[in-house]
Design a protein around this ligand. Structure first.
Ligand SMILES: O=C(O)[C@@H](CO)OP(=O)(O)O
Length: 179
């Protein structure tokens, strides 16, 4: 299965580096730079299309992004961002201060609003659920995309916090579900 993932456009909370997780924060007014980024990504998507399926999480920021790209998408809860629990609304640096090395080296040990083990399970469930599709376009979230990239490369999500995924970045990968 070939999956193309676009992280949603920037929000005010992203600008302030506040963790959003399940908080339903809307995207900011679209800047000229973002418009240019969309146009660049649209050229890539044209090369990859048609897509068998276009999906977004249950959160507004992914649907708003899909709409600006001109896609109608289905909603998939497995794509929801990591639940950061008590850290939502707090600067990311504070969470990193709290968990330090574990966040970067062994995040699967952590339990935030959800356990990172559960987070990995959601990614595996997603891959199994959609394994019959050959091309999927996803409008998604930073931690989710980083976790998938880590899982695809290493078979686990433990390297997710060593990877950078910017707002409006586009990533294409081929993944095979083991089930
Ligand atoms: O939830 C958040 O704050 C970040 C974390 O990576 O994700 P996103 O902005 O992509 O939803």
């Amino acid at each position: 299965m070939q999956i193309t993932l676009i992280r949603h456009l920037p929000t005010e909370w992203n600008r302030k580096t506040l963790l959003q997780g399940r908080r339903d924060i809307v995207i900011s007014q679209v800047s000229e730079e973002v418009v240019k980024g969309i146009a660049r990504n649209q050229n890539v998507l044209e090369e990859l299309s048609p897509f068998d399926l276009v999906l977004a999480s249950t959160l507004k920021r992914t649907h708003q992004t899909a709409q600006l790209y001109g896609y109608k998408c289905e909603t998939e809860g497995l794509l929801d961002e990591l639940d950061f629990g008590p850290f939502e609304g707090i600067p990311k640096a504070k969470m990193i201060d709290r968990y330090g090395d574990t966040w970067f080296e062994n995040p699967k040990e952590l339990v935030l609003g959800e356990s990172l083990k559960n987070f990995e399970d959601r990614i595996v469930q997603f891959l199994v659920k959609y394994k019959e599709f050959s091309t999927i376009l996803v409008f998604g979230h930073g931690s989710w995309i980083r976790a998938l990239l880590s899982y695809a490369q290493c078979g686990h999500i433990n390297n997710m916090n060593k990877i950078e995924v910017l707002n409006n970045s586009c990533h294409t990968l081929v993944v095979n579900s083991s089930d």
